[in-house]
Design a binder for this molecule. Structure first.
Ligand SMILES: C[S@@+](CC[C@H](N)C(=O)[O-])C[C@H]1O[C@@H](n2cnc3c(N)ncnc32)[C@H](O)[C@@H]1O
Length: 378
C-alpha cells in the first residue's frame, strides 16, 4: 500500500496527507475508517495472539513507511490531559475491536502459560494477581480509577459481587462501558428482558453492580468528598502513569478509602539509575507516544504512597518478564495498513503512538522499562 493511503468502506483509497492540515477533515476521516474493517482485515491477514513472538526491536516495512514527527513538548499538563482525552475518545472503539474489553497487559506467569494462554486469559490472570496481592475481597465497594471501557469493573462486580464505580477522563469510554455493562446485564437477565440502571446509575451484574462516570481523576478528592472514608478499595490499572500529579492521586486515594481499605495498583515504570542513552532511546519514545508525563520508578510510587499515609501491603512485584509478551502480540496486531492509516488520520500523536510499540518491546528487552504490581493499606 502507498504510504499515507488508506482503504475506506467503499473500497476506495484516501490520500491522508491531503487531509492532515484540517481538523474537520481529520475528524471525518477518523469515522470513515471503521474499526470493524480493521478488525476483519487483521483476521484476514491471519494476525492473532499466537503469532510467534518477535525478538527485541523490530522495524517492519509498514512502520518504516511512517516517520514519527518530532515530539511535542507538553506546554502545560492540562494540554497533555486534553490530548489523553482525545486519544481515548477517538481510539477506544479500535482498542475494543483489537484488544477487547481490557486495556491492560496480560500476565503469563509460567512457560506453560506462555505457550497456552491467550491474551484474554492472560489479562484475567493479571487481575487475579492484583486481587491476590491486594486482598481486595468479595462484596467490596471499589473505585476503579482510569477504568477504560470497564472490563475490570465488570469482572469485579460479576465474579466477586463488588459494587464498582469506574471513572475515566474519556466520555466515549463511559458510553462504551455503559453499553457493554447494559448488554451483559440483559444477557444475565431472562432473555428479552430489558434491564435499567438504579437511581444511582448502577447496572446489576452477578451479585454486584457497576456504574461509570466521566471525571478527570485529579479531581476525585472533591468529587467524592461526601464519600470520603467509605471505599473498601481503590483500583488503578495502567492509568496512574498518565497522571501529571501522582502525589495528588495518592492523597486522594487515601482520602476516599476507609481505614483498612486497600489501594491495588498496576503500572509502567522506568528502571532505577538509567543512563542518558537508555533514557533517550527507550523511555523517551514511550513517554512521547503513550502520552505520559515523566515515568517514575517503583520506589518513587512507594515514597509517594507513604507520604500520603498509606502502608505497603503487597509487593512491589516486578513482573516485566511475565507481561512483556503483550507487546509481541500488540506489534503483530498492528501490522495492518488500515490501522496505520487510521493513526495517520489522527495526526502525529497517532503515528507516535504506534511507533512507541517498538520502544515498549525494546525497553522490556533491555530492562530499562519495567512493569510492577503493588498494594497499599490505609
Ligand atoms: C491504559 S488505559 C487502562 C484502562 C483500564 N484501567 C484497564 O486496565 O483496562 C488508561 C486509562 O486511564 C484513563 N485516564 C488517563 N488520564 C486520566 C485522568 N486524568 N483521569 C481519569 N482517567 C484518566 C484513560 O481514560 C484510560 O481509561
Amino acid at each position: 500500500m502507498t504510504p499515507g493511503h488508506v482503504p475506506v468502506a467503499n473500497g476506495h483509497k484516501l490520500n491522508l496527507r491531503h487531509h492532515l492540515h484540517c481538523p474537520a477533515h481529520l475528524a471525518r476521516l477518523a469515522t470513515a475508517i471503521h474499526p470493524h474493517e480493521i478488525l476483519s482485515q487483521s483476521h484476514q491477514d491471519g494476525v492473532n495472539d499466537r503469532s510467534p513472538p518477535a525478538q527485541g526491536d523490530e522495524t517492519t516495512d509498514l512502520s518504516k513507511q511512517y516517520d514519527t514527527p518530532i515530539g511535542l513538548a507538553h506546554t502545560t499538563m492540562q494540554a497533555l490531559k486534553d490530548r489523553i482525552k482525545l486519544h481515548y475518545d477517538l481510539a477506544s472503539d479500535y482498542y475494543l475491536n483489537l484488544w477487547g474489553e481490557h486495556i491492560h497487559h496480560g500476565y503469563w506467569a509460567t512457560d506453560e502459560s506462555k505457550a497456552n494462554d491467550t491474551k484474554e486469559t492472560a489479562q484475567i490472570n493479571l487481575i487475579r494477581l492484583l486481587l491476590d496481592i491486594s486482598g481486595v475481597g468479595e462484596g467490596s465497594h471499589v473505585l476503579d480509577v482510569g477504568c477504560g471501557v470497564g472490563g475490570t469493573s465488570r469482572y469485579l462486580a460479576s465474579q466477586l459481587g463488588c459494587t464498582v464505580t469506574g471513572v475515566t477522563i474519556s466520555g466515549k469510554q463511559v458510553q462504551i462501558a455503559t453499553r457493554l455493562s447494559k448488554a451483559e446485564a440483559e444477557k444475565e437477565a431472562m432473555e428479552g428482558t430489558s434491564v435499567s440502571a438504579d437511581s444511582d446509575g448502577f447496572w446489576p451484574l452477578g451479585k454486584g453492580k457497576v456504574r461509570f462516570i466521566e471525571l478527570d481523576a485529579e479531581r476525585m478528592g472533591e468529587f467524592f468528598a461526601s464519600d470520603a472514608g467509605t471505599f473498601d478499595a481503590v483500583w488503578i490499572s495502567e492509568a496512574l502513569s498518565h497522571f501529571p500529579n501522582k502525589a495528588l492521586f495518592f492523597r486522594n486515594a487515601s482520602r476516599v478509602l476507609k481505614v483498612g481499605g486497600k489501594l491495588a495498583l498496576a503500572d509502567w515504570f522506568k528502571a532505577e539509575g538509567l543512563g542518558e542513552t537508555e533514557f533517550k532511546d527507550d523511555i523517551k519514545p514511550i513517554e512521547d507516544g503513550m502520552l505520559l508525563p515523566p515515568l517514575c520508578t517503583q520506589q518513587g510510587y512507594l515514597d509517594l504512597a507513604k507520604g500520603a499515609g498509606l502502608k505497603v501491603f503487597g509487593g512491589p512485584k516486578d513482573i516485566s518478564k511475565e507481561v512483556s509478551k503483550t507487546w509481541d502480540i500488540s506489534w503483530s496486531l498492528v501490522q495492518n495498513p488500515s490501522l496505520w492509516g487510521f493513526a495517520f488520520s489522527q495526526g502525529r500523536d497517532g503515528i507516535a503512538f504506534l511507533q512507541s510499540f517498538r520502544a515498549m518491546r525494546r525497553g522490556y528487552a533491555n530492562g530499562s522499562f519495567r512493569y510492577a504490581v503493588m498494594a497499599f493499606e490505609k
